[in-house]
Ligand binder design. Structure first.
Ligand SMILES: [Zn+2]
Length: 84
């Protein structure tokens, strides 16, 4: 594996994870985003494998959104439920 250098500060970057939150419509999910991170600044570089992780999370959110619509339909036919 070749070293990744920060384009901002020229510092060798380290592999790591950082907490990230993505949202899709009214769904959101927090997850650990893998990538190359810089100690000197907030720069991060994500490989295509790293981006697969966020893609998968986004797909999961889209699936949740779809399920939620089904659940809402079920709720309107029954008694009104509030989970909040
Ligand atoms: Zn940097």
């Amino acid at each position: 594996m070749t070293a990744t250098i920060c384009p901002e500060t020229g510092t060798p970057m380290k592999r790591g994870v950082a907490p990230m939150t993505i949202s899709y419509k009214d769904q959101s999910a927090a997850f650990e985003m893998p990538g190359w991170y810089c100690d000197e600044c907030s720069e991060s570089i994500h490989t295509s494998a790293d981006l697969n992780v966020s893609d998968r999370m986004l797909n999961r959110l889209k699936a949740l959104q779809k399920n939620k619509r089904t659940v809402q339909l079920a709720v309107t036919t029954g008694s009104a439920l509030s989970s909040r």
